[in-house]
Design a protein around this ligand. Structure first.
Ligand code: SF4
Length: 216
């Protein structure tokens, strides 16, 4: 039996209104913010993006940005040289190949410089409201502990996405990902706070390792 809907319902109740914490108003803004969020907190990205979006409000403006100026504006997000390269490459490709509009198609998104499958799913799910299940390290850790992922899928984001998207209807994918991410940040941390977790009865890790572990 697929227990996933029940587990996600319980997780939804623990983390109501789960959604990306990145601030954005357009697909372009979310794509830029998501590129900046690599190895950086969403809060830090949200401090940087208001000035960035004011100076470069669309891909055309960003494609013409001065590299040193852009580096200075995003420096505090870390890895700023690589991120600047990604932003300039992405914006140039969006202008050259898509008339300046961010594409919503998965293949077109991942063909953009600096855009991987996780970033593409973030943009598809939140900005375009299309089915997308972003998989990051929190999703991998939490879904593995619960028992949703096995073998290669515990380490490989693409395999994990394939497995997780089989558990829920497409309209639940994006919020399910956001919920797993919040659960991983708040409760199912690397050292999990199982005593505060409502899905203990469903969790494979807890059955094996929890203090009141269930013997079978
Ligand atoms: S019971 Fe513990 S290991 Fe399982 S999902 Fe909850 S916090 Fe994570």
């Amino acid at each position: 039996m697929n227990k996933a809907p029940d587990v996600f319902n319980a997780l939804d109740a623990m983390h109501p209104n789960a959604w990306t914490e990145l601030t954005f108003t357009t697909p372009y803004e979310l794509l830029v913010a998501t590129i900046l969020s690599a190895q950086c907190t969403d809060a830090r990205v949200n401090q940087v993006t208001p000035a960035l979006f004011k100076k470069y409000p669309n891909a055309r403006k960003l494609a013409d940005a001065d590299q040193a100026t852009l580096e200075g504006m995003i420096q505090s997000t870390g890895f700023f040289r690589a991120k600047t390269k990604s932003l300039l490459g992405m914006a140039t490709a969006v202008v050259d190949d898509h008339g300046g509009e961010i594409p919503s198609d998965m293949d077109a998104l991942v063909a953009l410089p600096g855009v991987g499958r996780k970033t593409a799913n973030v943009v598809r799910g939140h900005a375009f409201r299309l089915p997308g299940f972003p998989v990051d390290r929190h999703v991998l850790r939490v879904a593995t502990r619960i028992g949703f992922l096995r073998g290669q899928a515990t380490e490989d984001a693409v395999a994990a996405e394939k497995a997780l998207t089989k558990l829920l209807p497409p309209e639940r994918w994006t919020v399910a990902s956001d919920t797993l991410i919040l659960h991983g940040r708040r409760i199912c941390k690397p050292k999990p706070l199982c005593d505060r977790c409502a899905i203990r009865p469903h969790c494979a890790y807890y059955r094996l390792h929890g203090p009141g572990r269930v013997s079978r």
